[in-house]
Design a protein around this ligand. Sequence first.
Ligand SMILES: Cc1cc2nc3c(=O)[nH]c(=O)nc-3n(C[C@H](O)[C@H](O)[C@H](O)COP(=O)(O)O)c2cc1C
Length: 145
Amino acid sequence: MAKALIVYATRTGETQNIGELIAEGVRFSGHEADVVGVKEVKNESDLDGYDGYVFGSSTYHGEMLQGMKTFLFLAEKANLEGKVGGAFGSFGWSGEANDRIFDTMKHILKMNMIGDTLRLKSSSLGGGQQMAQDYGREIAKKFNG
Ligand SMILES: Cc1cc2nc3c(=O)[nH]c(=O)nc-3n(C[C@H](O)[C@H](O)[C@H](O)COP(=O)(O)O)c2cc1C
């Protein structure tokens, strides 16, 4: 059984909701998943012991939240090279954050990223719940090879 860590930054809770649903998708596939807010991660050793990582932030003024920026610098110090990765975020109209997170995980952290990011306005709109759970299932597929 593999284990995923989902780390989110949120202002009003939408991105957290998406993260929780991604975790459900991982668990439906027979693997384990923990979900934590960026502020709960105090140092890089908190990232030890996982096979996959999914990081998410909502977009404000075209950017990810500051907490996620700070967290990504911390993640740079953990050795996540080759680990399964994905990125997500809630957005209103432009949604840059999830792409920036994805690119950082790919190019700087050198992780084994799944095909695309997950960008949703809300987990409760337009099939969002299913899409978020399916994203978790995609992460789980990558665990299986
Ligand atoms: C002041 C403000 C600025 C925002 N800027 C953007 C933006 O640049 N692009 C975008 O797609 N959404 C923007 N949004 C919308 C948020 O990303 C959206 O409400 C999202 O669902 C919030 O998710 P959260 O609860 O996880 O923080 C903005 C919202 C506020 C209140």
